[in-house]
Design a protein around this ligand. Sequence first.
Ligand SMILES: Cc1ncc(COP(=O)(O)O)c(C=O)c1O
Length: 435
Amino acid sequence: MNHERSVRLFDKAKELVAGGVSSQIRINEPAQVPLFFTHAKGSKMWDADGNEYIDYIQGMGPNLFGHSPDFINKQVNEDMEKGYVFAGQFERELEVAEMALSMIPMEDATIRFASSGTEIDQLLFRTMRGFTGRPKILKFEGHYHGWMDSVNWSVHPPLDKAGPEDAPVPVGESEGMDESTADGLVVCQWNDLEKLEKAFADHSGEIAGVITEPILANTNCIVPAPGYMEGLQRICRENGALLAFDEVITGFRVARGGAQEILGVIPDLATYAKSMAGGFPISMIVGRRDVMNLIGDGTVYHGGSFNSNVISIAAAYASLKHIQERGDEFYTDLNGKGLRLMEGLRDVAKSLESDLHVQGVGSVFAISFTTKQEITNWRDHARNCDDKKYQRFATEMLKLGIRLSSNGRIHLSSAHTDEDIDKTVAAAATVLPTL
Ligand SMILES: Cc1ncc(COP(=O)(O)O)c(C=O)c1O
Protein backbone atom coordinates (compact mmCIF):
# COMPACT_ATOMS: atom_id res chain seq x y z
CA MET A 1 0.00 0.00 0.00
CA ASN A 2 1.47 3.29 -1.15
CA HIS A 3 1.44 6.33 1.20
CA GLU A 4 3.74 8.60 -0.79
CA ARG A 5 1.44 11.61 -0.89
CA SER A 6 0.66 11.35 2.83
CA VAL A 7 4.41 11.22 3.54
CA ARG A 8 4.96 14.38 1.48
CA LEU A 9 2.02 16.16 3.07
CA PHE A 10 3.18 15.18 6.54
CA ASP A 11 6.60 16.75 5.83
CA LYS A 12 4.77 19.98 5.06
CA ALA A 13 2.48 19.55 8.08
CA LYS A 14 5.46 19.38 10.42
CA GLU A 15 6.53 22.82 9.19
CA LEU A 16 3.10 24.33 9.77
CA VAL A 17 1.36 22.48 12.60
CA ALA A 18 3.11 21.52 15.84
CA GLY A 19 4.11 17.88 15.40
CA GLY A 20 2.06 17.79 12.20
CA VAL A 21 -1.18 16.94 14.01
CA SER A 22 -3.90 18.82 15.91
CA SER A 23 -4.59 16.21 18.58
CA GLN A 24 -1.67 14.26 19.97
CA ILE A 25 -3.24 10.81 19.63
CA ARG A 26 -3.27 11.26 15.84
CA ILE A 27 0.52 10.96 15.80
CA ASN A 28 0.07 7.27 16.62
CA GLU A 29 -1.74 6.31 13.42
CA PRO A 30 -0.48 2.80 12.72
CA ALA A 31 1.00 3.82 9.36
CA GLN A 32 4.44 5.09 8.42
CA VAL A 33 3.11 8.65 9.03
CA PRO A 34 -0.25 10.02 10.18
CA LEU A 35 -2.32 9.61 7.03
CA PHE A 36 -4.01 12.41 5.12
CA PHE A 37 -7.58 11.71 4.07
CA THR A 38 -9.50 13.21 1.20
CA HIS A 39 -13.00 12.00 2.02
CA ALA A 40 -15.08 9.55 4.03
CA LYS A 41 -18.58 8.12 3.73
CA GLY A 42 -20.34 5.53 5.85
CA SER A 43 -17.90 2.91 7.07
CA LYS A 44 -15.20 3.90 4.55
CA MET A 45 -12.37 6.44 4.27
CA TRP A 46 -10.02 7.27 1.40
CA ASP A 47 -6.52 8.65 1.87
CA ALA A 48 -4.54 11.12 -0.24
CA ASP A 49 -2.94 8.24 -2.17
CA GLY A 50 -6.35 6.85 -3.12
CA ASN A 51 -6.29 3.89 -0.66
CA GLU A 52 -9.63 2.76 0.76
CA TYR A 53 -10.12 1.71 4.38
CA ILE A 54 -12.89 0.23 6.48
CA ASP A 55 -12.78 2.66 9.38
CA TYR A 56 -13.23 1.51 12.99
CA ILE A 57 -11.93 4.75 14.53
CA GLN A 58 -15.00 6.65 13.34
CA GLY A 59 -13.72 9.97 14.66
CA MET A 60 -12.81 8.25 18.01
CA GLY A 61 -16.49 7.50 18.51
CA PRO A 62 -18.72 10.36 17.35
CA ASN A 63 -19.67 8.88 13.97
CA LEU A 64 -22.43 6.64 15.28
CA PHE A 65 -24.02 6.49 11.82
CA GLY A 66 -20.73 6.33 9.91
CA HIS A 67 -19.15 9.25 8.08
CA SER A 68 -21.27 12.05 6.70
CA PRO A 69 -24.77 10.50 6.87
CA ASP A 70 -27.23 12.07 4.40
CA PHE A 71 -29.93 12.70 7.02
CA ILE A 72 -27.59 14.83 9.15
CA ASN A 73 -26.23 16.69 6.13
CA LYS A 74 -29.77 17.54 5.09
CA GLN A 75 -30.82 18.86 8.52
CA VAL A 76 -27.63 20.85 9.02
CA ASN A 77 -27.85 22.39 5.55
CA GLU A 78 -31.46 23.36 6.14
CA ASP A 79 -30.94 24.86 9.60
CA MET A 80 -27.69 26.67 8.83
CA GLU A 81 -29.51 28.85 6.32
CA LYS A 82 -31.17 30.49 9.34
CA GLY A 83 -27.90 31.40 11.09
CA TYR A 84 -24.98 29.73 12.90
CA VAL A 85 -24.46 31.22 16.34
CA PHE A 86 -27.31 33.22 17.84
CA ALA A 87 -25.94 33.72 21.38
CA GLY A 88 -29.64 33.50 22.08
CA GLN A 89 -32.39 30.96 22.46
CA PHE A 90 -34.15 29.02 19.72
CA GLU A 91 -36.79 26.31 19.72
CA ARG A 92 -34.69 23.54 18.21
CA GLU A 93 -32.58 23.52 21.40
CA LEU A 94 -35.69 22.63 23.39
CA GLU A 95 -36.61 19.90 20.93
CA VAL A 96 -33.18 18.31 21.40
CA ALA A 97 -33.40 18.65 25.18
CA GLU A 98 -36.83 17.02 25.17
CA MET A 99 -35.69 14.16 22.97
CA ALA A 100 -32.53 13.55 25.02
CA LEU A 101 -34.42 13.57 28.31
CA SER A 102 -36.98 11.14 26.94
CA MET A 103 -34.18 8.71 26.03
CA ILE A 104 -32.03 8.91 29.16
CA PRO A 105 -33.37 6.98 32.20
CA MET A 106 -32.66 9.81 34.74
CA GLU A 107 -35.92 11.25 36.05
CA ASP A 108 -36.72 14.89 36.75
CA ALA A 109 -33.47 15.99 35.16
CA THR A 110 -32.40 19.11 33.28
CA ILE A 111 -29.68 19.79 30.73
CA ARG A 112 -26.94 22.28 29.84
CA PHE A 113 -25.23 22.17 26.46
CA ALA A 114 -21.58 22.85 25.64
CA SER A 115 -19.21 21.89 22.83
CA SER A 116 -16.81 19.13 23.90
CA GLY A 117 -16.45 16.30 26.37
CA THR A 118 -13.47 17.94 28.07
CA GLU A 119 -15.42 21.11 28.62
CA ILE A 120 -18.58 19.51 29.95
CA ASP A 121 -16.63 17.41 32.45
CA GLN A 122 -15.12 20.63 33.79
CA LEU A 123 -18.61 21.97 34.39
CA LEU A 124 -19.48 18.69 36.07
CA PHE A 125 -16.61 19.02 38.59
CA ARG A 126 -17.46 22.63 39.34
CA THR A 127 -21.10 21.67 39.87
CA MET A 128 -20.28 18.78 42.21
CA ARG A 129 -18.00 20.99 44.29
CA GLY A 130 -20.52 23.84 44.22
CA PHE A 131 -23.40 21.64 45.39
CA THR A 132 -21.59 19.86 48.22
CA GLY A 133 -19.17 22.59 49.28
CA ARG A 134 -16.45 19.92 49.33
CA PRO A 135 -13.03 20.24 47.65
CA LYS A 136 -12.22 16.88 46.03
CA ILE A 137 -13.34 14.74 43.10
CA LEU A 138 -12.64 11.03 43.17
CA LYS A 139 -11.45 9.71 39.81
CA PHE A 140 -10.29 6.25 38.81
CA GLU A 141 -7.06 5.10 37.20
CA GLY A 142 -7.54 4.17 33.54
CA HIS A 143 -10.45 6.60 33.05
CA TYR A 144 -10.20 9.64 30.77
CA HIS A 145 -12.23 12.79 31.32
CA GLY A 146 -10.51 15.27 29.01
CA TRP A 147 -7.13 16.91 28.84
CA MET A 148 -7.52 19.77 31.36
CA ASP A 149 -5.11 20.12 34.31
CA SER A 150 -7.81 19.51 36.90
CA VAL A 151 -8.42 15.92 35.76
CA ASN A 152 -5.72 14.78 33.32
CA TRP A 153 -4.09 12.72 36.05
CA SER A 154 -3.55 8.95 36.29
CA VAL A 155 -5.23 8.05 33.02
CA HIS A 156 -2.64 5.44 32.11
CA PRO A 157 0.10 5.95 34.71
CA PRO A 158 3.27 3.82 34.60
CA LEU A 159 2.92 1.36 37.48
CA ASP A 160 6.31 2.26 38.96
CA LYS A 161 5.00 5.81 39.52
CA ALA A 162 1.38 5.02 40.42
CA GLY A 163 1.86 4.34 44.13
CA PRO A 164 0.26 1.66 46.33
CA GLU A 165 -2.72 -0.38 45.10
CA ASP A 166 -5.02 0.94 47.83
CA ALA A 167 -3.83 4.57 47.83
CA PRO A 168 -2.62 5.51 44.33
CA VAL A 169 -0.78 8.79 43.88
CA PRO A 170 -1.93 11.14 41.10
CA VAL A 171 0.40 10.94 38.09
CA GLY A 172 0.18 13.85 35.65
CA GLU A 173 -0.26 12.94 31.98
CA SER A 174 1.74 15.94 30.74
CA GLU A 175 4.54 18.34 31.51
CA GLY A 176 3.40 21.86 32.28
CA MET A 177 0.39 20.92 34.36
CA ASP A 178 -0.49 22.93 37.45
CA GLU A 179 0.73 20.52 40.16
CA SER A 180 -1.65 21.99 42.72
CA THR A 181 -4.64 20.62 40.82
CA ALA A 182 -3.71 17.12 42.06
CA ASP A 183 -4.85 18.31 45.51
CA GLY A 184 -8.40 18.49 44.14
CA LEU A 185 -8.40 14.78 43.29
CA VAL A 186 -8.51 11.45 45.03
CA VAL A 187 -7.28 8.70 42.70
CA CYS A 188 -8.59 5.20 43.22
CA GLN A 189 -8.52 1.83 41.47
CA TRP A 190 -11.72 0.91 39.68
CA ASN A 191 -13.92 -2.17 39.98
CA ASP A 192 -12.93 -2.79 43.60
CA LEU A 193 -15.32 -1.70 46.37
CA GLU A 194 -12.86 -2.29 49.20
CA LYS A 195 -10.42 0.20 47.72
CA LEU A 196 -13.25 2.67 47.23
CA GLU A 197 -14.37 2.32 50.87
CA LYS A 198 -10.79 2.99 51.95
CA ALA A 199 -10.49 6.07 49.73
CA PHE A 200 -13.66 7.52 51.28
CA ALA A 201 -12.40 6.67 54.80
CA ASP A 202 -9.01 8.29 54.09
CA HIS A 203 -10.71 11.47 52.81
CA SER A 204 -13.73 11.59 55.06
CA GLY A 205 -16.03 14.56 54.36
CA GLU A 206 -13.78 15.85 51.55
CA ILE A 207 -15.16 14.12 48.46
CA ALA A 208 -17.76 16.13 46.54
CA GLY A 209 -18.40 13.45 43.96
CA VAL A 210 -17.14 10.47 42.04
CA ILE A 211 -16.69 10.49 38.28
CA THR A 212 -16.57 7.18 36.46
CA GLU A 213 -16.81 5.92 32.93
CA PRO A 214 -19.69 3.51 33.51
CA ILE A 215 -18.21 1.11 30.96
CA LEU A 216 -14.47 1.67 30.90
CA ALA A 217 -14.07 2.45 27.20
CA ASN A 218 -10.66 4.09 27.70
CA THR A 219 -9.10 0.90 29.11
CA ASN A 220 -10.02 -2.44 27.49
CA CYS A 221 -13.70 -1.47 27.31
CA ILE A 222 -14.38 -3.11 30.68
CA VAL A 223 -17.91 -3.74 31.88
CA PRO A 224 -17.97 -3.32 35.68
CA ALA A 225 -18.15 -6.46 37.82
CA PRO A 226 -21.68 -7.44 38.88
CA GLY A 227 -22.70 -5.34 41.87
CA TYR A 228 -19.85 -2.85 41.52
CA MET A 229 -21.93 0.07 40.26
CA GLU A 230 -24.64 -0.56 42.86
CA GLY A 231 -21.90 -0.61 45.54
CA LEU A 232 -20.37 2.57 44.15
CA GLN A 233 -23.74 4.29 44.34
CA ARG A 234 -24.36 3.06 47.89
CA ILE A 235 -20.93 4.25 49.09
CA CYS A 236 -21.46 7.67 47.47
CA ARG A 237 -24.83 8.02 49.20
CA GLU A 238 -23.48 6.90 52.60
CA ASN A 239 -20.79 9.53 52.33
CA GLY A 240 -22.94 12.39 51.00
CA ALA A 241 -21.07 12.46 47.67
CA LEU A 242 -22.59 12.77 44.19
CA LEU A 243 -22.22 10.03 41.60
CA ALA A 244 -21.50 11.11 38.02
CA PHE A 245 -21.24 8.96 34.90
CA ASP A 246 -19.04 10.16 32.08
CA GLU A 247 -21.12 8.87 29.17
CA VAL A 248 -19.10 10.80 26.58
CA ILE A 249 -18.41 7.54 24.76
CA THR A 250 -21.26 5.31 25.95
CA GLY A 251 -24.11 7.84 25.69
CA PHE A 252 -26.46 7.05 22.76
CA ARG A 253 -23.93 4.44 21.61
CA VAL A 254 -24.34 1.35 23.79
CA ALA A 255 -28.11 1.79 24.20
CA ARG A 256 -30.78 4.45 23.78
CA GLY A 257 -30.32 5.40 27.44
CA GLY A 258 -26.56 4.84 27.44
CA ALA A 259 -24.66 2.73 29.96
CA GLN A 260 -27.06 3.61 32.77
CA GLU A 261 -29.79 1.76 30.89
CA ILE A 262 -27.60 -1.35 30.53
CA LEU A 263 -26.24 -1.28 34.08
CA GLY A 264 -29.52 -0.31 35.75
CA VAL A 265 -27.80 2.25 38.01
CA ILE A 266 -28.92 5.86 37.65
CA PRO A 267 -26.33 8.49 38.61
CA ASP A 268 -27.01 11.98 39.98
CA LEU A 269 -25.30 13.58 37.00
CA ALA A 270 -24.06 12.43 33.60
CA THR A 271 -22.12 13.96 30.73
CA TYR A 272 -22.56 13.25 27.01
CA ALA A 273 -20.77 14.30 23.86
CA LYS A 274 -19.37 12.16 21.08
CA SER A 275 -22.29 10.16 19.70
CA MET A 276 -25.08 12.63 20.31
CA ALA A 277 -24.68 14.54 17.05
CA GLY A 278 -23.16 12.03 14.64
CA GLY A 279 -19.80 13.82 14.48
CA PHE A 280 -20.63 17.48 15.15
CA PRO A 281 -19.14 19.15 18.25
CA ILE A 282 -21.64 19.26 21.07
CA SER A 283 -21.82 18.04 24.65
CA MET A 284 -24.25 18.20 27.53
CA ILE A 285 -24.55 17.63 31.24
CA VAL A 286 -27.76 16.04 32.45
CA GLY A 287 -28.57 15.93 36.12
CA ARG A 288 -30.84 15.96 39.10
CA ARG A 289 -32.93 19.12 39.06
CA ASP A 290 -31.84 20.27 42.54
CA VAL A 291 -28.16 19.99 41.59
CA MET A 292 -28.61 21.51 38.13
CA ASN A 293 -30.49 24.45 39.67
CA LEU A 294 -27.11 25.75 40.82
CA ILE A 295 -26.06 26.11 37.19
CA GLY A 296 -29.52 27.45 36.40
CA ASP A 297 -29.37 30.33 38.88
CA GLY A 298 -25.73 31.15 38.08
CA THR A 299 -24.35 30.06 41.46
CA VAL A 300 -22.16 27.68 39.45
CA TYR A 301 -21.03 29.75 36.49
CA HIS A 302 -21.09 28.31 32.99
CA GLY A 303 -20.61 30.11 29.67
CA GLY A 304 -19.38 29.52 26.11
CA SER A 305 -19.86 31.30 22.78
CA PHE A 306 -20.45 28.08 20.86
CA ASN A 307 -22.77 26.41 23.38
CA SER A 308 -25.95 25.24 21.70
CA ASN A 309 -25.09 26.69 18.30
CA VAL A 310 -27.56 26.20 15.47
CA ILE A 311 -25.41 23.75 13.50
CA SER A 312 -24.52 21.35 16.31
CA ILE A 313 -28.07 21.39 17.60
CA ALA A 314 -29.33 20.61 14.09
CA ALA A 315 -26.99 17.62 13.93
CA ALA A 316 -28.08 16.45 17.40
CA TYR A 317 -31.72 16.84 16.38
CA ALA A 318 -31.23 14.74 13.23
CA SER A 319 -29.26 12.10 15.18
CA LEU A 320 -31.72 11.63 18.03
CA LYS A 321 -34.67 11.74 15.65
CA HIS A 322 -33.06 9.03 13.53
CA ILE A 323 -32.52 6.83 16.59
CA GLN A 324 -36.08 7.39 17.79
CA GLU A 325 -37.54 6.59 14.39
CA ARG A 326 -35.57 3.36 14.06
CA GLY A 327 -36.52 2.36 17.61
CA ASP A 328 -34.98 -0.65 19.38
CA GLU A 329 -33.95 -2.10 16.05
CA PHE A 330 -31.23 0.57 15.80
CA TYR A 331 -29.32 -0.80 18.80
CA THR A 332 -30.11 -4.44 18.08
CA ASP A 333 -28.54 -3.97 14.67
CA LEU A 334 -25.57 -1.82 15.82
CA ASN A 335 -24.64 -4.00 18.79
CA GLY A 336 -25.34 -7.12 16.74
CA LYS A 337 -22.73 -6.09 14.18
CA GLY A 338 -20.19 -5.43 16.91
CA LEU A 339 -20.91 -8.74 18.63
CA ARG A 340 -20.52 -10.53 15.31
CA LEU A 341 -17.12 -8.88 14.79
CA MET A 342 -16.08 -9.72 18.37
CA GLU A 343 -17.15 -13.32 17.88
CA GLY A 344 -15.41 -13.56 14.50
CA LEU A 345 -12.14 -12.26 15.98
CA ARG A 346 -12.43 -14.62 18.95
CA ASP A 347 -12.95 -17.60 16.65
CA VAL A 348 -9.97 -16.68 14.49
CA ALA A 349 -7.79 -16.16 17.57
CA LYS A 350 -8.82 -19.54 18.93
CA SER A 351 -8.21 -21.42 15.73
CA LEU A 352 -4.78 -19.79 15.30
CA GLU A 353 -3.90 -20.15 18.99
CA SER A 354 -3.36 -16.40 19.20
CA ASP A 355 -3.62 -14.37 22.42
CA LEU A 356 -5.77 -11.74 20.70
CA HIS A 357 -8.45 -10.82 23.22
CA VAL A 358 -11.68 -8.87 22.75
CA GLN A 359 -13.75 -7.30 25.46
CA GLY A 360 -16.69 -4.89 25.35
CA VAL A 361 -20.32 -4.49 24.41
CA GLY A 362 -20.65 -4.70 20.64
CA SER A 363 -21.02 -1.12 19.45
CA VAL A 364 -17.75 -0.33 21.24
CA PHE A 365 -15.13 -2.87 22.23
CA ALA A 366 -11.39 -3.29 22.69
CA ILE A 367 -8.77 -5.51 21.13
CA SER A 368 -5.71 -6.39 23.20
CA PHE A 369 -3.19 -9.18 23.42
CA THR A 370 -3.28 -11.10 26.66
CA THR A 371 -3.72 -14.64 27.91
CA LYS A 372 -6.08 -13.47 30.67
CA GLN A 373 -9.77 -14.29 30.30
CA GLU A 374 -10.80 -10.81 31.39
CA ILE A 375 -9.10 -7.51 32.17
CA THR A 376 -10.68 -5.71 35.12
CA ASN A 377 -8.92 -2.33 35.50
CA TRP A 378 -5.92 -0.26 34.41
CA ARG A 379 -3.29 -2.04 36.54
CA ASP A 380 -4.57 -5.36 35.27
CA HIS A 381 -4.18 -4.07 31.70
CA ALA A 382 -0.71 -2.64 32.35
CA ARG A 383 0.49 -5.93 33.85
CA ASN A 384 -1.08 -8.31 31.40
CA CYS A 385 -1.57 -6.76 27.96
CA ASP A 386 1.08 -6.57 25.25
CA ASP A 387 0.44 -3.09 23.81
CA LYS A 388 3.40 -3.31 21.40
CA LYS A 389 1.93 -6.44 19.86
CA TYR A 390 -1.38 -4.64 19.41
CA GLN A 391 0.46 -1.82 17.58
CA ARG A 392 2.02 -4.35 15.22
CA PHE A 393 -1.41 -5.89 14.65
CA ALA A 394 -2.96 -2.49 13.85
CA THR A 395 -0.09 -1.64 11.48
CA GLU A 396 -0.50 -4.89 9.54
CA MET A 397 -4.31 -4.56 9.47
CA LEU A 398 -3.98 -1.09 7.96
CA LYS A 399 -1.96 -2.54 5.10
CA LEU A 400 -5.01 -4.72 4.34
CA GLY A 401 -7.36 -1.73 4.40
CA ILE A 402 -8.64 -2.00 7.98
CA ARG A 403 -8.21 1.19 10.01
CA LEU A 404 -7.94 0.51 13.74
CA SER A 405 -7.20 3.04 16.48
CA SER A 406 -3.86 3.17 18.24
CA ASN A 407 -5.49 2.48 21.63
CA GLY A 408 -7.33 -0.71 20.64
CA ARG A 409 -10.83 0.72 20.89
CA ILE A 410 -13.16 -0.29 18.06
CA HIS A 411 -16.20 1.82 17.23
CA LEU A 412 -18.95 0.29 15.15
CA SER A 413 -21.33 2.50 13.22
CA SER A 414 -24.74 1.72 11.81
CA ALA A 415 -23.12 2.09 8.37
CA HIS A 416 -20.81 -0.92 8.80
CA THR A 417 -21.97 -3.87 6.73
CA ASP A 418 -21.72 -7.63 7.13
CA GLU A 419 -19.27 -7.54 4.26
CA ASP A 420 -17.05 -5.06 6.19
CA ILE A 421 -17.08 -7.37 9.16
CA ASP A 422 -16.25 -10.48 7.12
CA LYS A 423 -13.35 -8.64 5.45
CA THR A 424 -12.06 -7.53 8.86
CA VAL A 425 -12.14 -11.04 10.28
CA ALA A 426 -10.43 -12.40 7.16
CA ALA A 427 -7.72 -9.71 7.47
CA ALA A 428 -7.14 -10.68 11.12
CA ALA A 429 -6.75 -14.31 10.05
CA THR A 430 -4.03 -13.23 7.61
CA VAL A 431 -2.23 -10.94 10.06
CA LEU A 432 -2.24 -12.92 13.32
CA PRO A 433 0.16 -15.68 12.21
CA THR A 434 2.71 -13.02 11.10
CA LEU A 435 2.99 -11.22 14.44
C1 LIG B 1 -14.95 9.21 28.52
C2 LIG B 1 -14.45 10.50 27.91
N1 LIG B 1 -14.72 11.65 28.54
C3 LIG B 1 -14.32 12.83 28.03
C4 LIG B 1 -13.61 12.90 26.86
C5 LIG B 1 -13.18 14.22 26.30
O1 LIG B 1 -13.96 14.53 25.20
P1 LIG B 1 -13.47 15.55 24.06
O2 LIG B 1 -12.40 14.84 23.28
O3 LIG B 1 -14.70 15.83 23.27
O4 LIG B 1 -12.95 16.76 24.73
C6 LIG B 1 -13.33 11.72 26.17
C7 LIG B 1 -12.59 11.75 24.90
O5 LIG B 1 -12.15 10.75 24.37
C8 LIG B 1 -13.74 10.48 26.71
O6 LIG B 1 -13.46 9.31 26.12
